[in-house]
Design a protein around this ligand. Structure first.
Ligand SMILES: [Zn+2]
Length: 224
């Protein structure tokens, strides 16, 4: 009987979830806040992939679009570095020889021009070891606000990925080093891990990732 009741409750909750558009669970809002989001890679640069056409560049763009909807709903203004499958090499410095660096320069030109309150670069990880799993957040070294944002987002990733044993760390990435705003780079999960691969392939999980990021950003502003 308890089993039946529990099943009924699960069903009820599932339908309630479906009936209500997913929203960050906190009523706290961030009107007027400008938030920069960079879906990593794009165009000729697919990023991490499964060699069958499932690519990091597409996953992070999808999560970015979902995250933008959630943040705009909270009153924020969202600036994205790309909203299509393109690279941003044309916006980089002409004298820079590396296409990769020109692409990153282009992204940071868009972000630093907008001077967002916070900046997130979104990525999917890959490892030669298929057991590697769990999202992690890198932050701009020496920037307390970046660290606080990283921690707030990591806590939401832990909530979504209870098995996740990773944490936050500093990294000397171009997009962190050159950001004028508090900045984090989020590696949301591993495409090389069979479980996370299956999850990343589902729109509902990508929505959950977007919600985790939105909740982390809200928690960061709430703590200010
Ligand atoms: Zn990446």
């Amino acid at each position: 009987m308890i089993g039946v009741l529990a099943a009924a409750l699960v069903l009820f909750l599932a339908f309630t979830e479906l009936a209500i558009a997913p929203e960050p669970k906190d009523p706290f809002r961030i009107p007027g806040k400008v938030i920069g989001i960079d879906p990593g890679h794009g165009g000729i640069d697919g990023g991490a992939n499964d060699r069958k056409g499932f690519m990091e560049k597409d996953i992070v763009l999808d999560v970015t679009r979902r995250l933008r909807v959630l943040l705009v709903r909270q009153g924020a203004t969202v600036i994205v570095t790309r909203d299509a499958d393109i690279e941003l090499t044309d916006l980089g410095e002409e004298d820079e020889e590396s296409e990769e660096v020109r692409d990153l320069q282009g992204r940071m030109k868009i972000i630093n021009r907008a001077r967002p309150a916070v900046f997130l670069s979104l990525h999917i990880n890959a490892s030669l070891s298929s057991s590697a799993c769990g999202g992690m957040v890198f932050y701009k070294a020496g920037c307390e606000e970046s660290k606080r944002l990283a921690q707030a987002i990591q806590e939401e990733l832990w909530r979504l990925q209870p098995y996740n044993q990773r944490g936050i760390d500093t990294a000397n990435f171009h997009v962190l080093r050159n950001s004028k705003s508090p900045a984090v780079l989020v590696e949301m999960a591993f495409i090389s891990n069979p479980l996370e691969y299956r999850l990343l392939a589902t729109p509902s999980y990508r929505q959950m990732l977007a919600e985790a990021l939105a909740n982390g950003i809200l928690a960061y502003f709430k703590g200010k």
